[in-house]
Design a protein around this ligand. Structure first.
Ligand code: DLZ
Length: 166
């Protein structure tokens, strides 16, 4: 069945993006999915005009640590926006629900309190297949779509907006 759900195409130009510095903080859990999402985000940052040397990548153990990891990056590095990348896959206990709730709320709070763009790049999926599809790796004949690409464009747009350039 077709669906209308999905991001609008990214803007065709991002004036001023060549001066931006963008941070990526990613969790190390669920590595195959994370590696694809980080690669997708880097690719779209480059497409939007951010120089490769201005993309700073750091990692934290898991998605629970993403708000603190992003806070440390915003405190210690001169980045204009940060993308938090993680993938939470539901298991058989309540762990998933608690981490999803805290990580997403923590990231939203961080962005609002610091007034610096924090992009939510955290997949909260019910099984491996959903994660693989959303990382553009796909499974069972479905190619999927790499959501990391959308997050890169979102970071550039929000960084430029926060500087009044877009
Ligand atoms: C503990 C845990 C579990 C069960 N599942 C995930 C997951 O699917 N994705 C993820 O990014 N992290 C997971 N973690 C690790 C926690 O996020 C955190 O790193 C640990 O609880 C240590 O604080």
């Amino acid at each position: 069945m077709s669906t209308v759900k999905g991001p609008a195409p990214a803007p065709s130009s991002f004036p001023g993006s060549e001066k931006l510095r963008i941070g990526i903080v990613h969790a190390r859990w669920n590595k195959e999915i994370i590696d694809a999402l980080v690669a997708g985000a880097v690719q779209s940052l480059q497409k939007a005009g951010v120089p490769t040397e201005n993309i700073l990548i750091e990692s934290v153990p898991g998605s629970w640590e993403l708000p603190a990891g992003c806070q440390i990056m915003l405190d210690q590095k001169p980045v204009d926006a940060v993308i938090a990348i993680g993938c939470l896959i539901k298991g058989s206990t309540m762990h998933f629900e608690y981490i999803c709730d805290c990580a997403t709320h923590g990231l939203m709070r961080l962005g609002l309190e610091t007034k610096r763009p924090v992009v939510l790049g955290v997949l909260t999926v019910l099984n491996d297949d959903q994660g693989l599809e959303r990382a553009g790796i796909g499974r069972n004949g479905k190619p999927g779509h790499n959501h990391g690409e959308d997050w890169g464009f979102a970071a550039v747009e929000m960084a430029l907006k926060s500087q009044g350039k877009m």
